[in-house]
Write a protein that binds this ligand. Structure first.
Ligand code: AMP
Length: 214
């Protein structure tokens, strides 16, 4: 089963995708993670996109479509796309993959949440610099102050695009660009909506019900 997780920044796409990956062996493809990896590696692509990502704007479609096309495949248990498509051109590119690689999307899950909550969630998030475990100042602090619960590291990082000003711009782009793909998938009867304001377990169970895997 191949699925797309859609939702504004901070809606919980990454968190839910990781859970689905662990529980059902789906391959998690996060375009944000792929880009951050390219930046960390200092690759040509990384150098070309670093400033764009930090400013919260969208990376050009040709770069994104190429990056995703290189990684997407018919994985044994299916794929979860997190962060792609971000606009109609990218949704159309996925349609092309249907023809070229026989790769088809089965469901599109929209995780809905209100903007005030999204800003609160994003403003407090940080992760372990060693193992990448995710934390939040308010909702999920480390058990011991300043030490990662998973690997014990004492170094943490915050994303450069998680500042309040950048987040406002990212939400605006979500409204003006990404939401335009909703009618596209609605027409194909692929779109399912879940309540991203619910707690993490409840959102997972709503997704499982929507996908009819429980
Ligand atoms: P994310 O981790 O999904 O919040 O993505 C972080 C940043 O990476 C975004 O703000 C964009 O700058 C860039 N990005 C991720 N996915 C895409 C995409 N599909 N198209 C364009 N830019 C993207």
């Amino acid at each position: 089963m191949n699925i797309i997780l859609l939702g504004a920044p901070g809606a919980g796409k990454g968190t839910q995708a990781k859970r689905l990956e662990e529980r059902y062996g789906l391959l998690h493809l996060s375009t944000g993670d792929i880009l951050r990896y390219e930046v960390a590696q200092g690759s040509e692509t990384g150098k070309a996109v670093q400033k764009i990502i930090e400013s919260g704007c969208l990376v050009p479609d040709d770069i994104m479509i190429k990056l995703l096309g290189e990684r997407i495949k018919n994985a044994p248990n299916g794929v979860i796309l997190d962060g792609f498509p971000r606009n109609l051109a990218q949704a159309q590119a996925l349609e092309e993959l249907k023809k070229k690689q026989d790769f088809a999307i089965d469901w599109v899950i929209l995780i809905q949440a209100n903007e005030e909550e999204l800003i609160r969630r994003i403003a407090g998030r940080y992760s372990c610099a060693q193992c990448n475990a995710g934390y939040h100042d308010e909702f999920k602090p480390t058990r011991e102050k300043g030490r990662c619960d998973i690997c014990g590291s004492t170094t943490f990082v915050r994303r450069k695009d998680d500042t309040p000003e950048t987040v406002k711009g990212r939400l605006e782009i979500y409204r003006s660009e990404t939401q335009t793909v909703l009618p596209f998938y609605e027409k194909q009867n692929l779109l399912k909506k879940v309540d991203g304001m619910a707690d993490i377990d409840e959102v997972t169970s709503q997704i499982e019900k929507a996908l009819k895997i429980v």
